[in-house]
Design a protein around this ligand. Structure first.
Ligand SMILES: Cc1cc2nc3c(=O)[nH]c(=O)nc-3n(C[C@H](O)[C@H](O)[C@H](O)COP(=O)(O)O)c2cc1C
Length: 278
């Protein structure tokens, strides 16, 4: 066999291996997509349930469908627009129909699921309506309302922002007074184990419980992680707005402080309206 013929066989073989491998990978990725999306939703629902006080270990041991059912039974969802007014989720349905989403599928979706799809598609929708993303974006925010026995017992707000290495996601639950923290959770972070990742530990999160986000005068102040021990630095009533830091994780804590404060500030006009009406 000539050298040229033998070389071309090697190239054809290598190409065939590449094509077969990429087909297998593409197939696996497509097949796993629905499971990945269920796991993303499951992570969210588990964190919301943990924020209002459900035992995280118990929730983790609960089957996915039972977890979704528990969330559905205990929570309603409120959509808030960029001007901090209640918004109609049907607007998102009407917009997504323009991208050929089946209406029956959209009708079955919860507000939070609709918002996830809408946020993923809003740049396309803005382009179709010949507007800049800033002009098109209604700036929707979500509020998960906990009503396990009918009356509102907590409001859960999604929080998200940069830690040291990447985005940290979480939820903060406020009691029905929209001032006292009922619980806080963090997930999907890339902070260092033993340092910034300690924000997920129970002792750290438990400190937030019972702290208040409003001053005695009723102004928003949030809850801040200090460097060191809060009781060494603050007395009541200021102590109500501070928790102990994590050594070796000052930068992560700075990030958490920043995005918790920023999120509460963004929600505050709507929370103030709810407080007035409750
Ligand atoms: C490999 C490595 C990982 C780190 N991970 C984090 C982290 O996740 N969060 C954080 O705030 N700082 C992190 N740091 C920064 C140091 O922990 C921190 O700047 C320094 O030790 C200051 O300590 P202090 O937070 O007690 O002031 C990391 C540093 C190194 C070298």
């Amino acid at each position: 066999m000539s050298q040229a013929k033998s070389n071309s066989r090697v190239y054809v073989f290598a190409l065939a291996v590449c094509v077969v491998c990429s087909l297998i990978l593409a197939g696996a990725s497509t097949m796993l997509q629905p499971r990945q999306s269920v796991n993303v939703r499951l992570d969210i629902v588990r964190n919301i349930l943990a924020a209002v006080g459900h035992d995280p270990a118990e929730i983790a041991a609960t089957a996915p469908q039972a977890t979704f059912d528990l969330y559905k039974a205990e929570f309603t969802e409120l959509l808030v627009d960029g001007n901090n007014n209640s918004a109609d989720p049907n607007y998102m349905r009407e917009e997504l129909v323009k991208l050929s989403y089946p209406r029956t599928q959209l009708d079955d979706m919860s507000i939070s699921d609709l918002l996830r799809v809408f946020n993923a598609k809003k740049d396309i929708l803005a382009r179709r309506s010949k507007q800049s993303l800033e002009a098109y974006d209604p700036g929707y925010k979500l509020l998960h309302v906990w009503q396990p026995h009918g009356a509102v017992e907590a409001y859960v707000i999604p929080i998200e922002g940069y830690g040291l290495w990447d985005i940290i996601k979480g939820y903060v639950a406020l009691e029905a007074d929209l001032n006292t923290i009922k619980g806080i959770t963090f997930y999907e972070h890339k902070e260092t184990p033993g340092l910034g990742a300690r924000i997920v530990e129970d002792w750290f999160r438990e400190q937030y419980k019972g702290k208040t986000i409003l001053t005695e005068q009723g102004d928003l102040t949030s809850v801040t992680i200090v460097r060191g021990v809060a009781t060494d630095q603050y007395k009541e009533p200021q102590l109500n707005h501070y928790v102990d830091g994590i050594s070796g994780a000052t930068l992560t804590c700075k990030g958490v402080n920043h995005f918790l404060q920023a999120t509460l500030t963004a929600y505050e006009p709507f929370l103030a309206t709810l407080r007035k009406n409750s």
